[in-house]
Design a binder for this molecule. Structure first.
Ligand code: ADP
Ligand code: MG
Length: 712
C-alpha cells in the first residue's frame, strides 16, 4: 500500500514544466496604472472642471460635490467598457479576513427588445445589500438587515480582469442602516481625518505654513509558496492555511542559505507576473526577495497614502494567490504555515508628512528637529499609553503563533529607537539636572543638534515597533491581516498624543515657547521612556524587565482582545470619532467569534486527520508487524524479531495515545475549551510527528516538510 499520490507528486515536480512567457513586457512601463481610473484617465474622460474637482478630492480630501457623481459614473463606465468590463462592483472590506464584491452588470433592457449599458451616479455613490451574512457583532438585529456601501473617492476605481472579461471595482465603505461601521475602511478613514486635524493643530503651534497632511504606509508582505500538488494532499492546509502535522526536517533554516538567496526561475517568473499585474493596477511593487524560511518570500511596495496603501495590500494578497495557481503553486498567507521555521508578518511602515516634509525625518537643522522631536515624543507617549490597543489590533488565531510564541516580534509592545535617538531622549530627560548628573542636558531649539546621517538607527529585528531612519516600522501585524485595524489604532493614538502636546504649547507665550516645549518634551520622555527598549526582544530578561516596568503583556488573542471592552479605551476612540462604544464592542464580539470558529476548525480537522488519514496507516503497519511476530513465533524463528517487536511497541503505544488524545480533543471541542483544544492539538501533533519518523516512508499519507518546503 504505497501512497502513490504523494510519490506521483514528487515525480512530477521533478519534470519542471516549461515556464510560460507573459505577454506584456514588464520593461515597457507605459502600462503602469492602465487598469486604474487615475488622474490621467480622469482628465481624459471628464470635462476639465469636473476632473479638477475629483482630483482635488483624491489628493486633498476636499469634500466631493454630489452633483458631479452622474458625470463621473458615466466617464468611469465608458473607460471601463473600453477595457472589457461588463460588470461593476462595490468593493469593500467587511470584518472577515478578506474583501467582498457583488457584481452587477451594466446591462439594462431598453424596453424595445434590446439593451443598453448603463451606470448612474447613484450606482456609483451608494449600494444597498443584505448585510445579514456579514459579521456585525450584534450591531444590527436580523430585522435590520440592510447594509450600505458608500463610494470612497479617495481610492481610485480599478479593473479586475479574468479570462472572460473584466469588472469595474469601486472601493467603498460599508455600514449599517444606522450608519454604524461594519467594515475596516470606515474607522480607518475616520482615524486618518483625526490624525490630520491633530497634525494641523500641532504645526500651527510651530507657526509652520499651512500644508497638506499625508499619512503614509508601506506594507511589506511575507508569504510562502508551495507546489499545488502537495497542497492538494494536505487537508489541514486547505482548511486552515497551516500544517497541523509534520515532523521537522533535518534541514530547515539553520544553514541560513535561503534569505536573499538567488531566486529560482519558477519563482522569479511568478514574481514578475505578479508585478506586472500589480503595476497595471497602479500598485508600486518594488522589492522582491527570498525570506528567512525555506519557501518563504517577500514583496514590498513603495509607500503611498495610507488608505490607498491599505486597499493595495488587500489586492497584493489577492494577486499573489491567483497568479501562484497559474504557476502550479499555492501562496500561503497564514502567519505560521509550518512550525519550526519562521512565520510571516506584514511590516507596517508608517509615517506622516506635512507638505513636502516627512515629520519623522530627523533632518539637518534644529528647527526641523524640534518638530521631529515633538512628533517623536508624541508617538512615544501614545504607544506607551495605548500599547494594549496596538496589541489588540494585531491579534488573531494565526498571529498567536508569532507574537509571544518565541518568534519575532514579542507580544510585549515596546519601541526601538537605536543608540543615537535613545541618547537624545536621555539628554532631554536630563534637562532636569537633578535627574541625571552624567548626561549633558540638551537645549531644544537652542543648541543645534548634530546633523543626523540618514541611517542613524541600526537594525533591530526583534522589536515590534522600530524607528527606521524616517518612519516607524510596526512589525506585529500578521501576514494575512488587513493593515486597516493597526493603522486605525496607530493614527488615533498619535492624534490624541499630538493634541495633548498642542494643548500645552498653545498656552505658551511666543517668547517662552522654546522653554515651554523643552519642559513638555522632558515631562513626556521622562514619564514614557519606559516603553523604549533597544535590546533583544526575544530574551527572557526582557519579559521580566517589561513586567517590572509595568508594560502590558497579552500572550494570546483571548487576552489581547480584552482592551477593546475597556471603558476608558472605548471613551478614547469615541472621543476621536473613530469607533463608538457600540462599534468597539461589536468588533470585540466579531474578533472573538472569529477566534473560536477558527480554533474549532483547526481542532476538528486535526482530530479527523489523525483518526481517518493517519491512524489507518499506522494501524496497518502495526498489524503487519504483529502478524510477522506471530508467524515467527509459530515457526520458532527469532532473527529480525527484535526490530519488529520494537516497532510494534512504538506503533501500539502510539495508537493508544492517539486514540486517547483524540477523545480528549473531541471533548474539549464540544465544550469549546480553547486552552484545552490547543493543548490537545499540540500533544496530538507531537505523537503523530514522532510516528511519521518511523512509519514506512512509502506509506506516509501526507506530504512531508522536507518535500513541501524544498521542492518547488
Ligand atoms: P527596510 O529598511 O525595512 O528593508 P525599506 O527602506 O526598503 O525597508 O522600506 C520598507 C518599506 O517602507 C517600503 O515599503 C518603503 O516604501 C516604506 N517606506 C519608506 N519610507 C516611508 C515613509 N516615509 N512612510 C511610510 N513608508 C515608508
Ligand atoms: Mg523592513
Amino acid at each position: 500500500m504505497c501512497n502513490s499520490n504523494r510519490f506521483d507528486a514528487l515525480v512530477k515536480i521533478g519534470d519542471k514544466p516549461a515556464l510560460q512567457k507573459i505577454e506584456l513586457s514588464p520593461a515597457n512601463i507605459d502600462f503602469y496604472g492602465c487598469d486604474v481610473f487615475n488622474e490621467t484617465a480622469i482628465r481624459q474622460y471628464l470635462s476639465k472642471g469636473i476632473a479638477e474637482q475629483l482630483i482635488a478630492t483624491i489628493n486633498n480630501g476636499t469634500p466631493l460635490d454630489p452633483t458631479i457623481a452622474g458625470d463621473v459614473a458615466h466617464a468611469m463606465k465608458e473607460w471601463a467598457i473600453e477595457r472589457g468590463a461588463t460588470h461593476y462592483t462595490h468593493w469593500f472590506q467587511p470584518l472577515t479576513s478578506g474583501t467582498a464584491e457583488k457584481h452587477d452588470s451594466f446591462l439594462e433592457p431598453d424596453g424595445k427588445s434590446g439593451a443598453i449599458m448603463s451606470f448612474s451616479g447613484k450606482n456609483l455613490v451608494v449600494g444597498e445589500s443584505d448585510a445579514s451574512s456579514f459579521p456585525s457583532g450584534g450591531i444590527r438585529s436580523t430585522f435590520e438587515a440592510r447594509g450600505y456601501t458608500a463610494w470612497d473617492p479617495t481610492s481610485p476605481a480599478f479593473i479586475k480582469r479574468h479570462p472572460n472579461g473584466a469588472t469595474l471595482c469601486i472601493p467603498t465603505a460599508f455600514c449599517s442602516y444606522t450608519g454604524a461601521a461594519l467594515d475596516k475602511k470606515t474607522p480607518l478613514l475616520r482615524s486618518i481625518q483625526a490624525l490630520k486635524a491633530a497634525v494641523h493643530r500641532l504645526m500651527n503651534c510651530f507657526s509652520v505654513e499651512e500644508a497638506n497632511v499625508k499619512v503614509t504606509l508601506g506594507a511589506e508582505q511575507e508569504y510562502f509558496l508551495i507546489d499545488k500538488k502537495f497542497y492538494l494532499q494536505r487537508p489541514d492546509l486547505i482548511q486552515t492555511g497551516r500544517t497541523l502535522f509534520g515532523a521537522p526536517p533535518a534541514k530547515h533554516q539553520q544553514l541560513e542559505d535561503h534569505y536573499f538567496g538567488s531566486i529560482k526561475p519558477r519563482i522569479v517568473s511568478f514574481m514578475t507576473e505578479v508585478e506586472k499585474e500589480l503595476w497595471a493596477l497602479g500598485i508600486p511593487a518594488k522589492t522582491r526577495h527570498n525570506e528567512v524560511a525555506p519557501a518563504q518570500f517577500e514583496l514590498a511596495p513603495v509607500f503611498e497614502e495610507q488608505n490607498l496603501s491599505v486597499d493595495h495590500n488587500m489586492l497584493v494578497m489577492e494577486v499573489l494567490r491567483t497568479v501562484a495557481e497559474r504557476y502550479g503553486l499555492i501562496c500561503l498567507l497564514h502567519e505560521k504555515p509550518f512550525v519550526g521555521v519562521n512565520g510571516s508578518g506584514k511590516h507596517n511602515n508608517w509615517s506622516v508628512s506635512y507638505g513636502s516634509r516627512n515629520l519623522l525625518d530627523p533632518g539637518k537643522d534644529p528647527e526641523q528637529n524640534m518638530i521631529f522631536l515633538t512628533v517623536l515624543a508624541g508617538i512615544i507617549r501614545g504607544v506607551d499609553l495605548h500599547a494594549d490597543l496596538l496589541r489588540a489590533a494585531t491579534c488573531s488565531v494565526g498571529n498567536d503563533h508569532r507574537l509571544g510564541a518565541g518568534e519575532a516580534p514579542p507580544a510585549i509592545i515596546s519601541i526601538f529607537l537605536g543608540d543615537q535617538f535613545n541618547e537624545i531622549v536621555e539628554r532631554i530627560v536630563a534637562g532636569d539636572r537633578k535627574a541625571s548628573k552624567k548626561l549633558e542636558p540638551m537645549r531644544i531649539g537652542v543648541d543645534a543638534l548634530p546633523p543626523l546621517p540618514r541611517d542613524a538607527t541600526d537594525r533591530n529585528r526583534t522589536s515590534p515597533f522600530a524607528f527606521t531612519s524616517n518612519k516607524f516600522e510596526f512589525r506585529s501585524p500578521g501576514s494575512s491581516q488587513s493593515c486597516a485595524n493597526v493603522n486605525m489604532m496607530l493614527n488615533t493614538i498619535v492624534a490624541e498624543s499630538l493634541d495633548y502636546i498642542s494643548e500645552k504649547l498653545e498656552k505658551a507665550s511666543p517668547e517662552a515657547f522654546n522653554e515651554h516645549l523643552q519642559s513638555v518634551l522632558r515631562d513626556i520622555m521622562k514619564k514614557h521612556k519606559r516603553i523604549i527598549f533597544n535590546g533583544n526582544g526575544y530574551s527572557d530578561e526582557w519579559r521580566k524587565e517589561a513586567e517590572k516596568r509595568g508594560l502590558p503583556n497579552f500572550p494570546n488573542t483571548l487576552e489581547a482582545l480584552k482592551p477593546l471592552m475597556d471603558a476608558n479605551n472605548q471613551k478614547f476612540l469615541d472621543k476621536y470619532k473613530v469607533l463608538s462604544p457600540l462599534e468597539m464592542s461589536s468588533r470585540y464580539e466579531v474578533f472573538l467569534e472569529d477566534y473560536y470558529r477558527r480554533l474549532r476548525i483547526e481542532g476538528e480537522i486535526a482530530s479527523e486527520l489523525a483518526s481517518s488519514v493517519i491512524m489507518p496507516v499506522i494501524m496497518s503497519e502495526y498489524s503487519a508487524a504483529i502478524s510477522a511476530l506471530s508467524t515467527a513465533a509459530s515457526i520458532k524463528f527469532k532473527a529480525g524479531t527484535k526490530g519488529i517487536k520494537n516497532k510494534a511497541t512504538l506503533l501500539g503505544v502510539g495508537i493508544d495515545a492517539i486514540t486517547d488524545c483524540c477523545a480528549v480533543l473531541d471533548a474539549a471541542l464540544s465544550e469549546m475549551d480553547a486552552a484545552e483544544i490547543k493543548n490537545q492539538m499540540a500533544k496530538l501533533r507531537e505523537l503523530v510527528d514522532s510516528l511519521e519518523q518511523i512509519v514506512d516512508d512509502q506509506k506516509w499519507p501526507l506530504p512531508k516538510y522536507r518535500e513541501m518546503l524544498f521542492l518547488y
